[in-house]
Design a protein around this ligand. Structure first.
Ligand code: ACO
Length: 459
């Protein structure tokens, strides 16, 4: 049972960067163009450059005389250098370790804002005024309950079901409960779907936890704020009103804020790609939950703890680091990031947060192992030369564990935090006139045409 309550707590614009935001002093690029000489044909082409990018479709005009040549493509597996959208939501400078939501530095939001304020900001582009905020909190609070059949759905899972699998399928299942959500170009429908997803995800997450633990489901207590309400559904037993430990509640709220958006990461890209087929938002967002489940993405926080358990003791850290470097020991989980090539700004905040939480629960040997891993890795050429620094997942698992959340629940907590980002990005994609159904090209490398000759025994 998570130690989240007072009752259960112990006594106490470069590679992979978003292009500069409009406010930054970027030189005007009107009329900029790229001259490309095709050495196959000796022809020269002019391809316009705007906002630091060329339009990949412009490359199609670069062709050979071959009538089957449909024009030049760019080949970019894993989108290492391809912008899939223009977005006004999140700005990252991976080299400088900068993360901003709608222009606001993550450090200031984590310090001062509430999670629901950030959720509003991500979607609407501005911070809510008091009236907007009160209405938003009210709407979310009054949609926290789920249909009783959702309970039965969750009860159908085995006792050892991974809570991410339960969350993923339950969120997809909400589409069956709210068929009118398919009217995605109706603003009222979009609005209620977004409210429902923000409101019901913590309830479904908590129900998944209680199911795995074999505990009775606890219904939302709508007298409580968002995070405390979630903790109540997770940890409440016979108390008439659950009182969360304020240090844990604020720590979780900050973690939700830190996870709320991260521009075009794997799960957000999944939400946008699936949403681009104009499916309902529950189905689109469940694709994001599925992507987040993977160990290279949100599943990394779970893997960090498993790795620390395997290491077992501080004295084993140097040998473990050597095994990572030699390729025998897998990756140092919680290290490295596609975008951040310096310290992940979220990891800095999480490390400070860990100190506060550990003041309440006491330092344990796992934190000591983590600190030693970080110390050695940050002074080792293998990691520094590859710009591998701790990412947000390195310390989050330790915080969750110290609150007594089970390891396989960590990614669920990440998913609750990421929900506002997925939804803001989904809506931005829908309203973007330039977007169409996402459909990448390919370079075919299979066999040429060949006649069918069955290899089965003749009948
Ligand atoms: N441990 C050891 N070596 C690593 C690590 C790591 N964690 N990450 C990257 N490397 C090495 C690679 O082996 C490669 O070395 P090489 O050039 O000698 O072949 C080099 O660094 C570059 O690695 P890539 O895989 O090309 O980097 P990419 O940008 O594709 O991967 C990723 C980013 C997936 C996050 C990677 O760093 C990783 O697997 N980290 C561990 C998992 C993790 O913590 N994921 C959470 C990411 S944050 C999030 O999703 C919220």
């Amino acid at each position: 049972m998570p130690k989240t309550g007072t009752s259960t707590a112990p006594a106490a614009p470069k590679r992979n960067s978003t292009k500069s935001p409009p406010s930054a002093a970027a030189p005007a690029q009107a009329g900029s163009a790229l001259e490309i000489k095709d050495t196959r044909t000796s022809k020269t082409y002019s391809v316009s450059v705007a906002e630091g990018a060329i339009r990949a479709v412009e490359l199609k005009k670069i062709k050979t005389a071959d009538p089957d040549d449909s024009g030049l493509m760019s080949y970019d597996p894993a989108f290492l250098n391809t912008a899939s959208c223009r977005s006004a939501i999140t700005y990252i400078d991976g080299d400088k370790g900068i993360l901003r939501y709608r222009g606001y530095p993550i450090e200031q939001l984590a310090e001062n804002a509430t999670f629901l304020e950030v959720a509003w900001l991500l979607r609407h582009g501005e911070l809510p005024n008091q009236q907007e905020y009160d209405q938003f909190v009210h709407d979310i609070t009054f949609h926290t309950y789920v249909h009783e059949n959702m309970r039965k759905f969750l009860e159908g899972f085995r006792y050892d079901a991974h809570p991410m699998a339960m969350l993923n399928s339950s969120i997809a299942g909400l589409a069956a409960f709210y068929p009118s959500a398919r009217n995605i170009f109706d603003e009222t429908e979009r609005n209620i779907s977004i409210i429902r997803l923000l409101a019901k995800t913590p309830t479904i997450a908590a129900f998944s936890y209680r199911h795995v633990k074999g505990l009775p489901f606890v219904y939302p207590d709508n007298r409580l704020p968002y995070v405390e309400n979630f903790l109540s559904m997770v940890a409440r037993m016979s108390e008439s009103k659950y009182e969360a430990n304020p240090v844990f509640a604020r720590a979780l709220e900050i973690l939700f804020i830190l996870h709320a958006d991260h521009e075009q990461n794997c799960s957000t890209n999944a939400v946008r790609a699936v949403g681009s087929s104009h499916v309902d938002p529950f189905s689109a967002v469940s694709a994001g939950v599925a992507a987040l489940f993977g160990p290279l993405h949100g599943g990394a926080n779970e893997q960090v703890l498993r790795m620390i358990n395997e290491i077992g003791s501080v004295k084993n850290v140097p040998a473990f680091i050597e095994s990572v470097k030699s390729g025998q020991g897998g990756r140092l989980m919680g290290f490295g990031h596609r975008v951040y090539k310096s310290y992940d700004p979220r990891a800095k905040i999480v490390k400070r947060l860990a100190d506060e939480v550990f003041k309440v629960v006491g330092v344990d040997k796992d934190l000591e192992i983590a600190l030693e891993l970080e110390r050695i890795a940050l002074s080792d050429d293998y990691f520094t030369s590859r710009k591998l620094y701790p990412n947000v997942d390195f310390y989050t698992g330790l915080i969750y564990r110290s609150m007594a959340f089970p390891t396989d629940f960590f990614t669920v907590l990440f998913a609750i935090g990421r929900m506002p980002g997925w939804l803001a990005q989904w809506e931005e994609m829908l309203l973007d006139k330039e977007q169409k159904i996402a459909r990448p090209r390919q370079i075919y490398i299979g066999p040429p045409e060949r006649p069918y000759r069955s290899k089965l025994k003749a009948k």
